[in-house]
Write a new protein. Structure first.
Length: 256
């Protein structure tokens, strides 16, 4: 089961948005394209991302250990961008801080489970690296997407995409299976549901169904990843921690 859970996490990272067959509504793909373009133009927001694994025979302990969350806020509208991003996992029903990253006054702060706290100056507002997303990296060629989708619908403000997983290249899964001593790993379901608000993404949920086989025994699991945004393009009151006990990082950057 531990191997299956780790594989599900890998698959969730491997298959983000790909995309379309029959029952395809161009309006749904157009709305998705517009919402992603608006996402790239956003200058501030709060955000919450979580990932959870569920399986028929998963134990309570394993279920608790299969929840991973990231939450925080950012504001890029000033000369000195601000960011708060905290990651945590659950164990025995309790949330455990895993890693946190903050950006304030052109200084990057990193906290690894309260055991390592480091900071590094990024220079002045003129020399600090600028945070931006390249639009070309997020282009969604509609006609290419249609090759992979079984369904794309727009119902009021909800976009639903259902993928034909038989058309998705699963060669990477074969390598994962081999690396983890399994006979096979198969992606059986891939669905994306996006909720819009004023043509912006308010929430996106990705559902993956994965099965792993070893010696004719097959285990299945479902991973759900959700991404939610709030307070878009508004003033962000980011609650930063006390950085007085953060030490200067080594000569190398905190993040490379």
């Amino acid at each position: 089961m531990k191997k299956l859970i780790s594989l599900v996490f890998c698959v969730a990272l491997l298959f983000g948005l790909t995309a379309c067959g029959s029952k395809i509504e161009d309006e749904a793909l157009d709305a998705l394209e517009t919402s992603i373009a608006n996402l790239l133009e956003m200058k501030s927001s709060t955000f919450h991302i979580d990932m959870k694994v569920d399986a028929p025979d998963i134990t309570e302990e394993q279920a608790n250990a299969s929840v991973f969350a990231i939450h925080g806020a950012y504001d890029l509208r000033t000369a000195n961008p601000m960011l708060s991003m905290e990651m945590e996992m659950e164990a025995e029903g309790e949330k455990i801080p895993f890693m946190a990253m903050y950006l304030k006054d052109n200084t990057l702060y990193m906290n690894m489970m309260d055991m390592i706290k480091q900071k590094q100056s990024l220079g002045t507002s003129e020399t600090a690296p600028q945070i931006s997303l390249e639009k070309d990296s997020f282009e969604l060629p509609k006609e290419e997407m249609k090759e992979y989708l079984e369904k794309a619908s727009l119902d009021d403000n909800v976009i639903t995409l259902e993928f034909d997983t038989t058309k998705i290249d699963q060669s990477e899964l074969k390598e994962m299976a081999k690396a983890n001593g399994l006979d096979s790993v198969r992606l059986g379901k891939l669905e994306v549901v996006v909720t819009l608000k004023d043509k912006h993404i308010e929430k996106a949920e990705l559902t993956l169904g994965v099965s792993a086989t070893l010696k004719e025994e097959t285990e299945s699991a479902t991973v759900t990843m959700s991404f939610a945004l709030d307070k878009v393009n508004t003033n962000q009151e980011i609650d930063f921690p006390d950085f007085s006990d953060y030490t200067d990082a080594a000569d190398t950057a905190v993040l490379e």
